[in-house]
Write a protein that binds this ligand. Structure first.
Ligand SMILES: [Zn+2]
Length: 190
C-alpha cells in the first residue's frame, strides 16, 4: 500500500506512478524540482557522508515534480479505456437502472452498438448490469426506450491517475481530486 509516487512534470502534469526506488534515483540525481504531500512516504538510507560523519537519508514525498520538460506531451493523450477504469468513472452504477454493482457484475455497454459502428471509446461506453445490457440488446437507447441516466465523458489526465490508482494515499488523492474537470463523478474527498 502507498508504495507508489506520483511523478509530475515541472508544470504539475501527472506523468506516471513510479516506484520508491525510481523516486530515490530522481532525488539522488537532483531531478526533483518540488515535492508535495503531508509528509514523506518513505525514508531511504543513502551513502555515508564522510564530512558530516553521518549517513545521508532521502525523504521521498508521495508527489514529486521533475525538472525539465516532459519528453512526450501526454496531456493530449486520453487514457485508454479499460473495464476497471470505466466502472470507476461511472461509480459502479448501471447507466440504465441506476443500481450500484460490483465490478464483476457490470459490463462495458456500447451506447451505439458495435454492429452499427459504435466504438469502444470513453464517449460510447457506459457501465451497465447484465440484465440491462441484455434488455437493450443490439439497439440504441432511443430504439430500446432506455434513456441513459448519466452521460459519458472523457476523463482528464488528473482523473485518469485517480482511476488507475489503488490504495492511494489521502493527500495524493486530494491533490488529484482538486484538479478534476467539472462534471466528473469522482468524489472530491476520500
Ligand atoms: Zn441495470
Amino acid at each position: 500500500m502507498h508504495s507508489h509516487v506520483l511523478q509530475l512534470d515541472i508544470q504539475g502534469t501527472p506523468q506516471a506512478w513510479i516506484s520508491l526506488e525510481a523516486a530515490a534515483l530522481d532525488y539522488a540525481t537532483g531531478s526533483v524540482a518540488w515535492q508535495h504531500g503531508e509528509g514523506p512516504l518513505a525514508r531511504l538510507r543513502g551513502g555515508w557522508n564522510v564530512a558530516a560523519r553521518r549517513r545521508s537519508e532521502i525523504e521521498i514525498y508521495p508527489i514529486i515534480a521533475l525538472r525539465g520538460t516532459a519528453r512526450v506531451d501526454l496531456f493530449t493523450v486520453p487514457p485508454l479505456v479499460t473495464k476497471a477504469r470505466l466502472c470507476r468513472r461511472d461509480r459502479f452504477t448501471c447507466a440504465y437502472c441506476g443500481q450500484v454493482f460490483a465490478e464483476r457484475d457490470l459490463q462495458c455497454e456500447h451506447i451505439i452498438p458495435e454492429s452499427r459502428g459504435g466504438k469502444a471509446s470513453w464517449m460510447n461506453l457506459v457501465a451497465a448490469c447484465g440484465p440491462c445490457n441484455r434488455a437493450k440488446a443490439d439497439r440504441t437507447p432511443e430504439q430500446a426506450g432506455m434513456p441513459l441516466l448519466y452521460l459519458p465523458y472523457v476523463p482528464n489526465r488528473f482523473e485518469a491517475f485517480l482511476l488507475e490508482a489503488r490504495g492511494i494515499r489521502a493527500d495524493v488523492h486530494d491533490w488529484l481530486a482538486a484538479r478534476l474537470p467539472r462534471g466528473s463523478r469522482l468524489p472530491r474527498l476520500q
